[in-house]
Design a protein around this ligand. Structure first.
Ligand code: ADP
Ligand code: MG
Length: 332
């Protein structure tokens, strides 16, 4: 864009939906597709047996991406503006919300990759500014915080309140990325650490949240020799499975045993709902969970948020898909 900087849309919370294709497994058991994206903002429930006379209920969002959409499109059309705002000194959070196996990790890995590309492209295009990029990675499991770049620090890092910086994670490693290759390496270290946990503890990934935080600082020496700097974080968040967001299904049945509710996820949904209502919503309970404390300065206020709600198309998952869409609707 003219003027050098990326163009930023005004919206504070962008809500998108990504419907993945039917998986091999689902095809093998002859599960069927129950959802269709009818344009780039609308998704409808359309089970195979639906009678023609019934008009399907449609749901609209800022963008919806169908099963043939690639992650690049999700990035470009859904979240790029939010990601790039961190280059302009505005804190940003991008997260994927959806039931286990709906495509959160698949989507966030791709989005992270595209965001890193874009950040370094912007750095090349902006030689007048000096940039520093730092990365930290953490996992929240059972309200315990673990450093993904330093496993020796234990599984339960403390949160500290810093009057200026807000909530900090004690002893969390922040590595300065020398270049884009180094940054990609550090990101894959975080991803690998989470996977290690996954095999050891069976299904940690459905219960844990992963945050990759890129802190982008840039400075510019103006004509009078003054240095002007900008600093902001981009938080890339792969959430626990949304089946842990509430105690009851929409039909009121209790979730199956062992499917404990997740305090951080439940608090995040409350925070997002209150933020979307705006000024009249009253107290926002950031302090009720580790996830929302850590993200407080990157949600609400001047911060920008992009939510990608991931959906399985399968008929057998309709109940969870409805829950996800109802979260998406309330976030808007
Ligand atoms: P989650 O993190 O929500 O539990 P995953 O990202 O692990 O789900 O996705 C579950 C499976 O579906 C993985 O094998 C993944 O590769 C595949 N998958 C997810 N989204 C897509 C997509 N949009 N296109 C193709 N395959 C996908
Ligand atoms: Mg996952």
């Amino acid at each position: 864009t003219p003027g050098g900087g990326p163009r930023i849309k005004e919206e504070k919370i962008v809500v998108t939906v990504r419907l993945r294709p039917l998986s091999k497994k689902e095809q093998v058991v002859k599960d069927q597709v129950a959802w269709e994206c009818i344009d780039d903002q609308t998704i409808v429930y359309k089970p195979p047996s639906q009678e023609r006379s019934i008009t399907p209920m449609s749901h609209t969002y800022d963008k919806v991406f169908g099963p043939s959409s690639i992650t690049e499109t999700v990035y470009e059309e859904g979240v790029k503006n939010v990601a790039l705002s961190a280059l302009m000194g505005i804190n940003a959070t991008i997260f994927a919300y959806g039931q286990t196996s709906s495509g959160k990790t698949y989507t966030m890995r791709g989005i992270t990759e595209k965001a890193v590309n874009d950040i370094y492209r912007h750095i090349l295009d902006t030689p007048e500014r000096d940039f520093t990029i730092r990365i930290s990675g953490l996992e929240i499991y059972n309200e315990n915080v673990r450093d993904l770049l330093n496993l020796d620090s234990g599984r339960n890092l403390k949160l500290l309140d810093d009057p200026e910086k807000g909530t900090m994670v004690e002893k969390l490693v922040e590595e300065r990325a020398k270049d884009d290759k180094h940054l990609r390496n550090l990101i894959s270290v975080c991803e690998a650490q989470r996977q290690v946990g996954e095999t050891a503890l069976n299904d940690t990934s459905s219960r844990s949240h992963q945050i990759i935080r890129l802190t982008i600082e840039s400075s510019l020496r103006d004509n009078s020799g003054c240095v002007r700097s900008l600093v902001a974080s981009l938080n890339l968040v792969d959430l626990a499975g949304s089946e842990r967001a509430s105690q009851t299904n929409t039909d009121g049945a209790r979730l199956r045993e062992g499917c404990h509710i997740n305090l951080s996820l439940m608090t995040l949904t409350t925070v997002i709902r209150k933020l979307s209502v705006g000024k009249r919503s009253g107290h926002i309970p950031y302090r009720d969970s580790k996830l929302t404390r850590i993200l407080q300065h990157s949600l609400g206020g001047n911060a920008r948020t992009a939510i990608i709600c991931t959906l399985s198309p399968a008929l057998s998952h309709v109940e969870q898909s409805r829950n996800t869409l109802s979260f998406a609707t309330r976030a808007k």
